[in-house]
Structures are given as structure tokens and as C-alpha cells.
Design a protein around this ligand. Structure first.
Ligand SMILES: Cc1ncc(COP(=O)(O)O)c(C=O)c1O
Length: 410
């Protein structure tokens, strides 16, 4: 909905840019499921498992020790240092001054946008895309143009020339999410290099949302080799592999996905040291800091969580392949195994009206998946299924989909 389409409200109301934000279609589907017994939910982007015990224990210990006070705006020093080490291990030299702790990835995205985007600025985003990335700049009054990925035999692919053509000299910011929610698309290092060089030439900022960087299945996830910046085999290609830390690149990351910490609300930003004083002011006026005991839990995750993440990625790969096989066996379902993230974004009969289809799926057979249209007009025709659970649960979901498709077969 554009601002000019908004009805004039009679009651007190928020400003137009806020009223024009898209409401969540995933929530709309979930609401349709109220009153339905035993819904199997695959609609949200989180695992059905709880956070590992060693991380919960670290938070309990910190609470018991009295970690109940405000911290530095940019995070407690040990966590910033541990994150700098972690990022350096994965992506090359990164110092303490390049890292800020945030209240999860979504807060990091808001802070990054607040750092560089203002009213009237032109922002370009590659879609289909998790709605938060597209809506956040609009809160700040920016205009967001989209460049759609294409879908074909290779799955989701980027038309690099189209993206470069959209990155005009008056563009302030490019927003990218790779591995991508919802498509699982992963931008190649060659594409990143071309985009980075173009943005360097024109002075365009890049905000790279890399919260799924560890959920990358092309690498051999079963070996125990230690990852190195040179090998970079433990992550998807990252802008941090290519850009110097003082360039116009801001990378957003999160504890939610690699360590199953969605409810903790902890994330981080890697950005030029020259931005950190201003970022600190923005953190102060948004949240002031992430909770101290949550930061201690994050420290345990970064310092001790590598074996857990590797195991998780291996399990997710198994779940992904299992679900691809099961869905492929259904008539007229077009599904491909994407290289990253934790979703299948696939087409099936009826998905040309994906919101209506997803509401019917939840109402009639108790299957909860997200409509493709929740991720922009470019996502229409698809649904998103989060496969971060065991294969028995996936099988139960596929059985429900099969039942629905059989009932509705014309
Ligand atoms: C692409 C993307 N970015 C950022 C986030 C933010 O995650 P969180 O706020 O839990 O760190 C998510 C969550 O699903 C996401 O899918």
C-alpha cells in the first residue's frame, strides 16, 4: 500500500510512513489457524529445539552473579573481543573497534539503516526478501526499489547486470541478504566482488544481512577441519571476505540462527571503526544496550559453540534433503535444494494465490507454511517451509500437504 492509498483516519493515528508499512502475512496465516487443533507450524524462521544447555547455563550463571546492570552501548568488552576473533577467523582481520553488539539482527538492521539512510533516500533491495529489510528503510522515509531474483532450472539466480543498472549514482544504500530468507539463494563471491566494486565507484553503502552465513550446505559440513579466512569453507561467501573494514560496508549478524538463540535477542554489527561513536549514540537512543546476562550467554556461544554449529548445519542439511525428496514426490510440486539458510521456497498447485492457499492449508489440514507474497510481489506463486526440525515432523507435514492436494485435485 502506498501512502497516497491510505484512507484518512478519524481516530488518532501514526504518521503516514508507519501506517503504510506492510502487516505480516505470516501472522495473518497464523491467525487463520486459531481454533485449529494440532497445527504443524513450519511458518516461522526458527528451529523447534531449545538453545543449547551450555549457553543457557552461562546466562543463569551471569544472572546469579548479578549481571543485571546496563553495559557499554556497544557491548561488553569480552564479547566484542570474542566476536572480533570469530569474524577474523572466518573472514580475515577484524578488530574490536569494528564490532558492536546489538539487540538481535533486526535491531542491527534498524541501526544500520539509521546510520546511513534518511528521508527521500533511494535504497535498492534484492527480492524476494524477508519483509523487515524492505520495511525498515521506509520507516525512515526512504524509497525502496526492488530487483527480483529469477527462478528457473538452477533455482533462484541473480541477474547481475540488472542489479548493477539499478545501482544508480543517486542510490544511497544496497540491501542484500545472502544466504537469503526466503529463497535460500546464496550470492557468489564473484557477484559480491562486482557489486562491491560498483558500489565503491559510486559511493553506495552496502548493508549485508549475513545472519544465515553459517547455514551453508555447499561446504563439506562433516569434516572437522578448522575454518580459516583463506579457506572460508565454513560460511557462505561474505562481503567481509572482500571489503576492507573501513569501507562503506556494514554487516549484520545474529546469534539466533547458528546457536538457536531466537528468543534471546542478541546480534552484532561489523562496520568501519569510524562509525562506532555515532552507532553508540543510536544504540543509546534505541535500546541503550543488550541485556548483560544475555551478552554473557552470547560469549559462551561464540567461544564454545563451534561444535554445536557444525552439528546443527549437518542436521539441517539432512532435513533439507529429506524434505526436498518428500516434496518432489508430490505431483506438480516444483522444489529445489537451495545452498543456504533453512527454508524451501517452492511452487505448488494453488500457490498463485499464496496467501489464500496458506490460509486454506492451515484451516483444512493444520499445515502452517508462509505465503510467498509475504516476501514481496516477486514471491507470489511460492510458499516458504522452514525445515529446522527432525525428519519425522517433516514427514507429518508432507502427509498433510498430500492430503490437501489430493482433496483439491481437479
Ligand atoms: C534475513 C534475516 N535477517 C535478520 C533476521 C533477524 O533475526 P534476529 O532478529 O532474530 O536476530 C532474520 C530472522 O528471521 C532474517 O530472516
Amino acid at each position: 500500500m502506498s501512502e497516497s492509498d491510505l484512507p484518512v483516519p478519524l481516530l488518532p493515528h501514526a504518521r503516514d510512513a508507519v501506517r503504510a508499512l506492510r502487516p505480516s502475512q505470516i501472522r495473518e496465516v497464523a491467525n487463520a489457524g486459531f481454533g485449529v487443533e494440532n497445527v504443524l507450524p513450519f511458518w516461522f524462521g526458527e528451529s523447534d529445539r531449545i538453545t543449547p544447555e551450555f549457553i543457557r547455563q552461562a546466562a543463569s550463571d551471569a544472572l546469579a552473579a548479578g549481571a543485571t546492570f546496563y553495559t557499554h552501548n556497544l557491548g561488553i568488552a569480552p564479547l566484542r573481543a570474542a566476536l572480533a576473533d570469530y569474524v577474523a577467523r572466518l573472514h580475515g582481520p577484524t578488530s574490536f573497534e569494528n564490532v558492536a553488539v546489538t539487540s538481535a539482527g533486526v535491531n542491527a538492521l534498524m541501526l544500520a539503516a539509521q546510520l546511513v539512510v534518511g528521508a527521500g533516500d533511494r535504497v535498492v533491495a534484492v527480492t524476494p526478501l524477508w519483509p523487515n529489510l524492505v520495511e525498515i528503510p521506509k520507516i525512515l522515509g526512504a524509497h525502496v526499489e526492488t530487483v527480483a531474483l529469477g527462478y528457473g532450472a538452477q533455482g533462484w539466480t541473480l541477474d547481475l547486470e540488472r542489479l548493477l543498472a539499478a545501482l544508480t549514482p543517486d542510490t544511497k544504500l544496497l540491501l542484500l541478504n545472502s544466504p537469503s530468507n526466503p529463497t535460500g539463494w546464496v550470492m557468489s563471491a564473484a557477484e559480491q566482488r562486482a557489486v562491491l566494486e560498483h558500489c565503491r565507484r559510486l559511493g553506495i553503502w552496502i548493508v549485508a544481512d549475513e545472519v544465515y552465513e553459517r547455514l551453508y550446505y555447499t561446504a563439506d559440513v562433516d569434516t572437522a577441519a578448522v575454518e580459516t579466512a583463506a579457506g572460508a569453507s565454513r560460511t557462505a561467501p561474505s562481503f567481509l571476505d572482500l571489503a576492507a573494514r573501513d569501507e562503506r560496508v556494514i554487516c549484520v549478524n545474529s546469534f539466533s540462527k547458528a546457536w538457536l538463540m531466537t528468543g534471546w535477542r542478541l546480534g552484532w554489527i561489523v562496520a568501519p571503526a569510524a562509525l562506532m561513536d555515532d552507532l553508540g549514540k543510536l544504540v543509546e537512543y534505541n535500546t541503550s544496550c543488550a541485556p548483560a546476562f544475555v551478552q554473557q550467554a552470547g560469549l559462551a556461544a561464540v567461544q564454545q559453540g563451534e561444535p554445536f554449529t557444525r552439528q546443527l548445519v549437518s542436521e539441517l542439511k539432512t532435513s533439507r534433503d529429506h524434505l526436498v525428496r518428500a516434496l518432489s514426490a508430490l505431483p506438480d510440486v516444483d522444489v529445489k535444494a537451495p545452498p543456504g539458510a533453512m527454508y524451501l521456497f517452492f511452487s505448488l498447485p494453488g500457490a498463485t494465490h499464496s496467501l489464500a492457499l496458506c490460509k486454506a492449508l492451515v484451516r483444512e489440514v493444520g499445515l502452517g507454511v508462509a505465503p510467498g507474497s509475504a516476501f514481496g510481489a516477486e514471491g507470489e506463486g511460492f510458499v516458504r517451509w522452514c525445515y529446522a526440525c527432525d525428519t519425522a515432523r517433516l514427514d507429518a507435514g508432507v502427509a498433510r500437504l498430500k492430503q490437501f492436494l489430493t482433496t483439491h485435485a481437479s
